[in-house]
Design a protein around this ligand. Structure first.
Ligand code: PLP
Length: 222
């Protein structure tokens, strides 16, 4: 089942779209099935769970962190993650810079852009993101790779579409404003949006990184 879905998604997704398999709350056996089907990028949202799964699985997996990250949990995440997609506050960004500086590491990050209606969702405003990218030299151990976002949880596909388009438009305007900054020239090109129920719309709106959990692994038992 897991392998079939991985194969089907790889055929269905355009070649520029990276599939991130969201394995939170699922056992390592399920992750291994996806791995054996060729999947190499996985995402977790809880620090402890990530830290305990990593040593049980092959070392060529690239782990993304996609949950709300508290700064006292960085040491459970940053040694293992190849990307933190969910940077949602200056406090967290500063802490990642400090940790990476102390540990001689550079971390790829996405800035989470708050586009949903729900107040409960995390993320920066457009102004805050623009402000951060005005002085990327303040973060020598952080590589800004793009934006991440989540649409409002709704059946209203027009609303989802317009929220996704906001993310794409912000990325495009940042690239035209700051594209020549050395810090961004490694590519501020990643747009991570789209999950099991809305990844089709996401791709139509320019997403090149979809985070899919339920469709691959089934419902989560919380
Ligand atoms: C859980 C989660 C997903 C995956 O959602 P599904 O609906 O299971 O595909 C994607 N992104 C984030 C940030 C998540 O927390």
């Amino acid at each position: 089942m897991v392998a079939e879905t991985i194969h089907r998604l790889k055929e269905e997704l355009p070649s520029n779209v990276e599939l991130v398999a969201v394995s939170k709350f699922h056992p390592v056996e399920a992750i291994r099935q996806a791995y054996d089907a060729g999947q190499r990028v996985f995402a977790e949202s809880r620090p402890q769970e990530l830290a305990s799964k990593v040593p049980q699985l092959p070392s060529d997996i690239r782990w993304h962190f996609i949950g709300h990250l508290q700064t006292n949990k960085l040491k459970m995440v940053l040694p293992y993650a190849s990307m933190v997609e969910s940077v949602d506050s200056l406090h967290l960004l500063d802490a990642i810079e400090n940790w990476c500086g102390n540990n001689r590491k550079t971390m790829d990050v996405l800035l989470e852009y708050h586009v949903a209606e729900e107040e409960t969702k995390q993320g920066f405003s457009r102004e805050e993101i623009t402000e951060i990218l005005t002085s990327p030299e303040e973060y020598p151990h952080v590589c800004f790779r793009g934006l991440m976002g989540m649409a409002t949880f709704t059946d209203d596909r027009q609303m989802i579409r317009s929220e996704f388009m906001k993310i794409k438009e912000l990325r495009d305007s940042l690239i035209s404003a700051y594209g020549d900054l050395p810090k961004l020239s490694r590519g501020f090109d990643r747009l991570s949006f789209g999950m099991s129920h809305d990844y089709g719309i996401a791709i139509e709106c320019g997403s090149n990184m979809v985070r899919i959990g339920t469709l691959i692994f089934g419902e989560r038992a919380y």
